[in-house]
Every structure is written in structure tokens, then in C-alpha cells.
Write a protein that binds this ligand. Structure first.
Ligand SMILES: [Fe+2]
Ligand SMILES: [Fe+2]
Length: 263
């Protein structure tokens, strides 16, 4: 059983990166199930219905979100009926949708849980460990993938160890930068601090360079982050491999594919 997890898809360039890579990657690596983080897919902030449909049409089986889960008001109109979407489980407010879901895939039960970290994040959240505990205690799934959407690598790794072997994988998202630390933890859990993003290669975290420099480095409060319409494209993901019979986690392999503008 092979599962592909695609990092935060950022805007139009990110959608293009997904479209041009997904079927090739699926065939090459014999992927059975695809998970993608869609929190930045609509112009960098949130996911509208059009882009939700785009992901499903492209062959994504499950969409996770993050701190931008409700940046598009219209998500309130469709998230309730979008069975493929998993929004953060530990948000403080009452919001529609589910934070953990089980999917059927070739006879296997795959659970996907989305959590927000608590270190250096703007949002105040419920404790992620306490939030996932009741799910783990009563879990009937064969494979459990956790998208831990957080800023701090230390929090992500400590969280993964704290879960011992009660989940199959803890995959960091949110920083948009793929880390070099993909490993099978000595607890048996597949881990990476951050899967990285799909989006503009010549950018700062997917945003157009000058707009970020203006705002962050030159402290121009009126400057707004922008996205490019076209650029070299980065596709960041990980492939998770599980034993076909026992569903024991076997390996994690990062993908980092760059395609040049005009290609
Ligand atoms: Fe993101
Ligand atoms: Fe995020």
C-alpha cells in the first residue's frame, strides 16, 4: 500500500505543479491513495468550492487544511458535504466539517487527522495531544496519517514521539519548506518535519519575492503579499509505504520536483 501526501498547494502555480505531476507520480510509484494539503490553494488563502472540485477531479482522495481553513467564507457552504475534506481537529470554535475521517482504500481503512500546532501560531487552539487521544484510543483504522500543521520542528517531532506507535505517520505541513529529516522513527512511525509546498520556485514560501521583502524586511505595512501568475514550479510531497498485509509502516520517501517556466 503506497500513499502520496502532497504539501501545501499555493495558488495558481501550485495548482499547475499538481496537475503536471500527479498522474506521472501516481503511475511511477504505484500510488493507491492521495492526500493533499489545500489550505493555500485559492490565491494563497483557503479553499473555494471551485478548487475543491479541481483537486477531486485531478484524483486527490483526501484534502487536509490548516490555519487558513476558513479564509474563504464559502467553505461554510460546502465543507459539510465534502466527504474528502479534513479540517483541523483542535480549533477552538464550532465549525462545520470533520477533523478526522476514515477512508476505504482497496479494503484498508485509512484514517486521516489534521491538527494545528500550538507553538508560534497566531491561532489559539485546543491542545493537539489531548484532541487526538480519544481518537487513537477508539481507533479501528489500519493506517492513521496525521497532518500536523505547525510552525516549530521541535513541537512536530516531540508530538510524533509522544504518540508512540499509535499512529502510522506524522507529517508536518505549514512552513512550505521541505525538511531533510524524513525517517522511520524508532517507534515505527513515518515522520517528516515538513513536507514542503507546491508553488512558485522563485518565491518566499510561495509569495512573490518583492512583496514579501517590502512587507517583512522593509516594514512597509501597506505592502500586501502577492502571488505570481507564472513561474518555475515546485512540487513537494512524500511517498509512504506500508506492508500490504499487516499495514505496518515501511518507508517514507520525499519528492521534490522542479519544472522550469515554459516547460
Ligand atoms: Fe500553508
Ligand atoms: Fe498554514
Amino acid at each position: 500500500m503506497n500513499i502520496l501526501f502532497i504539501g501545501d498547494i499555493v495558488g495558481k502555480v501550485g495548482r499547475k505543479a499538481l496537475k503536471e505531476n500527479l498522474s506521472f507520480v501516481k503511475n511511477k510509484y504505484k500510488i493507491d491513495f492521495v492526500i493533499a494539503n489545500g489550505e493555500n490553494i485559492s490565491n494563497g488563502r483557503g479553499m473555494n468550492e471551485n478548487h475543491y472540485n479541481f483537486l477531486i477531479d485531478e484524483g486527490v482522495d483526501c484534502i487536509t487544511l490548516g490555519n487558513h481553513y476558513n479564509d474563504r467564507d464559502e467553505i461554510g457552504n460546502f465543507i459539510e458535504f465534502a466527504d474528502e475534506v479534513v479540517r483541523p481537529l483542535n480549533i477552538k470554535c464550532d465549525f462545520l466539517g470533520e477533523g478526522s475521517r476514515i477512508f476505504d482504500c482497496n479494503g484498508a481503512k485509512i484514517r486521516v487527522t489534521n491538527l494545528l500546532g500550538s507553538a508560534f501560531m497566531k491561532e489559539e487552539v485546543n491542545d493537539p495531544f489531548l484532541a487526538i487521544k480519544p481518537i487513537i484510543e477508539n481507533d479501528i483504522s489500519d493506517i492513521h496519517i496525521v497532518d500536523f500543521h505547525a510552525e516549530a520542528t521541535g513541537e512536530k517531532k516531540a508530538f510524533a514521539y509522544a504518540l508512540k506507535n499509535s499512529v502510522s505517520a506524522v507529517l508536518g505541513t505549514h512552513t512550505h519548506v521541505q525538511t531533510r529529516d524524513a525517517q522511520v522513527l524508532n517507534t515505527g512511525v513515518l515522520y517528516i518535519s515538513d513536507v514542503g509546498m507546491c508553488g512558485s520556485y522563485n518565491s518566499v514560501l510561495g509569495d512573490e519575492i518583492d512583496s514579501v521583502v517590502e512587507r517583512i524586511i522593509l516594514h512597509n505595512e501597506n505592502a500586501r503579499f502577492k502571488l505570481l501568475e507564472d513561474d518555475d514550479r515546485l512540487f513537494s510531497a512524500v511517498i509512504l509505504r506500508f506492508n500490504d498485509y499487516t499495514f505496518k509502516p515501511e518507508s517514507i520517501e520525499p519528492l521534490y520536483i522542479i519544472k522550469r517556466k515554459g516547460e
